[in-house]
Design a binder for this molecule. Structure first.
Ligand code: IPM
Ligand code: MG
Length: 360
């Protein structure tokens, strides 16, 4: 039996994971779901953000549906006790090195973008963000040197870490429009020089994919100048964190942005962790105002990459597209006429049922 671990976490996490679960249950009644605590919710209950039994629940599952972690009031804690340590710990523990983050403008959504609609009409790009290395996982220290507080976050990459995520990105590009943009800071960072050298080396295995290289500051500009010019964007952990939020906002809202964290290849079925990229949104948490679509599209990615069920994934994406085009919408997308999280979720479930009826 296929088991999905559900880790709702903090803020809007519980609301949006419930929505994603509802859609998966409607799409496939055979799935089994097991919930576990994580983040600030786990810290309050157990004094740690990622209890061992939560890791075990994930290990015993075929995939993880993750909400969000974090919240106000934890800044005083050491890094390993902060809610964010939970998601970083899960990524590391399960070797989820490839973070797939699509940024796509669905038909009818062009006018929601902060950019002019003609600039984003048809925008469809995807980040492959390296997720288990770089600044996030290097040594950290605060010492006193020459009488001054001295702080270090070490940026570390091993060649094989760069190679495997690069190969992942090329394979994904092959499944799409065969265009890969590598983003680095080659003009300043030694790590970027090695990164770029390896990308150029791996590119030889994929002669059918076109490659270009952009410095990260320039990439930040190009993403708002001409987001449709991109297909697959490959980048390291920290740059990917920042640029994927920028690209999500270009689509009109971060509320529809999905992600997958994977340890294998984009064309092979395997374990993965799926989460909306919007975070905890404490200002609207618990109010049923969150946009569930980021989580629901993450569930579609779960179906695609962990269940090997492209049919269900396509059906969920079509149901989302149709709901985005015709409404109802949450308030991030429709300030006056916006409805609540449940209403959007039920509209998507209804669409899914209609698609199912059509196909059977
Ligand atoms: C994300 C988040 C995380 C990250 C935080 C919560 C640690 O911002 O998934 O993008 O920086 O990776
Ligand atoms: Mg982020």
């Amino acid at each position: 039996m296929t088991t999905i671990a559900v880790l709702p976490g903090d803020g809007i996490g519980p609301e949006v994971t419930a929505a994603a679960r509802r859609v998966l249950e409607a799409a496939n009644p055979e799935l089994r779901f097991v919930e576990a605590i994580v983040g600030a919710a786990a810290y309050r209950e157990r004094g740690e953000p990622l209890p061992a039994d939560t890791v075990q629940t994930c290990a015993a599952a075929d995939a993880v549906l993750f909400g969000a972690v974090g919240g106000p009031g934890f800044d005083h804690l050491p890094p390993e006790k902060r809610p964010e340590a939970a998601i970083l710990g899960l990524r590391k523990h399960f070797g989820l090195f490839a973070n797939v983050r699509p940024a796509r403008v669905f038909p009818g959504m062009e006018t929601r973008s902060p950019l002019r609609s003609e600039l984003v009409d048809g925008m469809d790009l995807v980040f492959v963000r390296e997720l288990t290395g770089g600044l996030y996982f290097g040594e950290k220290s605060i010492t006193i040197e020459d009488g001054h507080e001295t702080v270090r976050d070490v940026l570390i990459y091993r060649d094989y870490e760069i190679e495997r995520v690069t190969r992942f990105a090329f394979k994904l590009a092959r499944m799409r429009r065969k265009k890969l943009t590598n983003v680095d800071k080659n003009n300043v960072l030694l790590s970027s020089q090695v990164w770029r050298r390896i990308v150029i080396e791996v590119a030889k295995e994929f002669p059918d994919v076109s490659v270009d290289h952009l410095l990260v500051d320039n990439a930040a500009m190009q993403l708002v100048r001409d987001p449709r010019a991109f297909d697959v964007i490959l980048t390291e952990n920290m740059f990917g964190d920042i640029l994927s939020d920028e690209a999500a906002m270009v689509t009109g809202t971060i509320g529809t942005a999905a992600s997958a964290a994977l340890s294998g290849a984009p064309d092979a079925k395997g374990f993965g962790l799926y989460e909306p990229i919007s975070g905890t949104a404490p200002d609207i948490a618990g109010k049923q105002q969150a946009n569930p679509i980021g989580a629901i599209l993450s569930a579609a990615m779960l179906a695609r990459y962990s269940l090997g069920d492209a049919k269900t994934a396509d059906a969920i994406e079509r149901a989302v597209a149709s709901t985005l085009a015709h409404g109802p919408r949450t308030r991030d997308l429709d300030r006056e006429g916006g409805v609540d999280t449940n209403a959007v979720t039920e509209a998507i479930v209804t669409q899914l049922g209609a698609l199912h009826a059509l196909s059977s």
